[in-house]
Design a protein around this ligand. Sequence first.
Ligand code: AMP
Length: 571
Amino acid sequence: MIVGIDLGTTNSLVALWRDGAATLVPNPLGQFLTPSCVGFLDDGTLIVGQAARERLQTHPQLSAALFKRYMGTSRAVTLGTQTFRPEELSSFVLRALKADAETFLGEPVTEAIITVPAYFSDAQRKATRVAGELAGLKVERLLNEPTAAALAYGLQNRDESKFLVFDLGGGTFDVSILELFEGVMEVRASAGDNFLGGEDFVTLLMQTFLQQTALGQRVGTRVEDLPPPLAIRLRVVAEYAKRALTNAATATLQIEHTGETYTWQVDADTFAALAEPLLERLRIPVERALRDARIRPAELHSIMLAGGATRMPMVRRLVSRMFGRFPLVNFNPDEVVALGAAVQAGLKMRDAALDEVVMTDVTPYSMGIEITERITPERMSKGHYLPIIERNSVVPISQVKSIETVQDNQRVIELRIFQGESPMVVDNVFLGNLRIPIAAKPVGAVKVDVRFTYDVNGILEAECTVTETGQKHVLVIEENPGVMTPEEVRQRLQTLSTIKIHPRDQTENRTLMARAERVYQQQLGSQREAVGHAIAVFQDALERQDRDAIREVRAAIKRQLDAIESDTLFE
Ligand code: AMP
């Protein structure tokens, strides 16, 4: 059996093809979405999912999230005394999903199709494959997330067509334009914003809450400046309100702080008006993707939504307005990618899998250097960007541009290298710099050729040649250093196999305990004492392994925590 896995930044899902349909697999809590969070308990056992998410706040040193952002880099995360690479953290999530699928099916699962963003580079894709391997899964293939969405909608059965996938998750926004041609799916263009997602709408509600209530006068109106415990509580309240506004016309945000209660009622129209700047930002990648693919909106056969944040009515209205028609919404947007991966798994098992052209052969960003613009012979303007390799260029690629000195007797050319699309370098990502000593000459007399060469492994080589002397200076920038070698994978597999995994069938107890500990930390006074007592009673029942008592205590604590948490929401 091949399973389909959506390994997401905030949540992951596993689905499979059964009785002619894609079926989502529930986790031990009965939910399809498993938070992409991992952590260790104090006794060194590994937990994954909601329990680990709860402990992000109470045990930040032992918990990790958002590691998909670092796939394909060697950025390590320390949890307690151990250090892990992003593909290892991802492998823990995959292992949990594998276990859930095995419980669901009653048979071992050894093969998977895993989805990745269309813009993932070769190094990021390799890291994802390694994550699968470390989880004991043969990665049958990687599937682009937008292609998976199209498969969920059965679009592979059409003749030639073009589609757009609008994917707004918790922290990232991706737009992809797909073209199906002679049975092969190709990503024609992809664009996005790695720092725009549902979380930003929550931050906006928090910010406005501080401005609208007297709480802001006491603690300041900037979300970043809030003391962490208050920020966490306010974020929970705002997240709840945001979701409520998806289905209702109004929502109330309420929070208690040092004995005072602060309340703000917000309606959906006000929320949409406040979010106008965020909605504007959503337009930019859409326009860019259409331009890069040279496609007019009218040529698109359909628009598909993915990512939990596209549930927001204001986002759906924006999409409808931009394209002059309604997007397809037959599936839950946070489930559609996993369902599509299961469709591909089903096709694969019948040897009929859809082929796709993989996009690793284009540069995801433009790369260039900082230059000084001469407005007049006397007036200079610094900090401008000169792209050398433009985004969506086919790799490997080598491009050269010439620059010259901007001052008399300039002794050095400082070459600062950036990636990004903004005209001013401060808004782009700094990659590295080269200092090139030159002979003192009048302005413009020294010329330098700057050659950028970018290869399929995401390695950028900047080579500068001083034209007059032929002197060369080279800087190699490895964007994605260190894809693990097979030998490293073998070694790490051994280390990982010694990690004790918290039993999946204990997930419900562990998640509830983590939640009780978080609520204990957040509350004060009598409520805190009551939670402390409940934790003791729960621990006692767990130690006695008394099944009936555990079930009863669990139900009671759930009611108690729900009451406390909804109290703070609706008192
Ligand atoms: P994903 O990464 O696809 O799981 O999307 C997660 C994002 O979707 C988070 O920012 C959630 O707050 C958001 N989200 C999930 N359900 C809803 C809803 N009913 N209304 C608004 N946003 C939602």
